[in-house]
Write a protein that binds this ligand. Structure first.
Ligand SMILES: [Zn+2]
Length: 203
């Protein structure tokens, strides 16, 4: 079997904080997400999310519908984008608080220590659809040249762990190899049409 070029390792960038130790803007966003979580009456899943734009505008929403529509993260982000001016639309951070309806948000009494591994941190995580939604909607990974900017970590993502501690990471860590939306030039297609067999006649 050929040797792997590079072995899989743990996701690059994450930290674990007590809520009170977060930078103030992040702490307030998590508190807003937790308040929204407590307003959710969804019988399948309870979630609250808070999205903050680069200009500091902050919007929190809870999930509204059953099933796969109306995730709190998507609602918070679309509401935020309606609230801020087009030039301020870059997403700075997004916070999520979520649990099953019959579970407490903080349900593990023993806090995680310094040696905890990323994958061992329990608590609800942002779903794959929302990761893609945030990536597509913000375009945060795309540089001015329209290409993937590998130095752009995307918005900060904060998730309430089952211990009540806050998992602080970024979209790049959660969504490391995104499909990038792009505009395709029509030129090659037009050339192709010009040179099509119809034009020159079939042999
Ligand atoms: Zn989701």
């Amino acid at each position: 079997m050929p040797q792997a070029v590079r072995n899989l390792d743990t996701p690059g960038q994450w930290q674990l904080f007590e809520l009170a130790d977060l930078p103030e803007e992040e702490r307030v966003a998590v508190e807003d997400a937790i308040a929204a979580y407590h307003r959710s009456t969804n019988p399948e899943f309870r979630a609250g999310a808070c999205a903050v734009a680069e200009d500091g505008t902050r919007v929190a929403r809870h999930n509204e519908f059953e099933g796969q529509e109306g995730h709190a993260e998507m609602l918070a982000l679309t509401s935020l984008y309606r609230a801020v001016s087009p030039t301020e639309k870059k997403l700075k951070l997004l916070a999520l608080a979520a649990s099953a309806p019959d579970e407490e948000l903080a349900r593990i009494p023993q806090k995680y220590g310094k040696r905890v591994k990323f994958d061992d941190i329990e608590g609800e995580s942002i779903c794959g659809r929302c990761r893609k939604f945030i990536s597509d909607y913000t375009g945060n990974f795309i540089g001015d040249d329209g290409k993937n900017n590998p130095n752009d970590r995307g918005p900060i993502i904060l998730m309430v762990a089952a211990t009540g501690q806050i998992l602080r990471t970024d979209l790049r860590t959660l969504y490391p190899k995104p499909h990038l939306p792009r505009q395709i030039s029509l030129e090659p297609l037009e050339q192709n049409i010009t040179g099509s067999p119809d034009r020159y006649g079939a042999k």
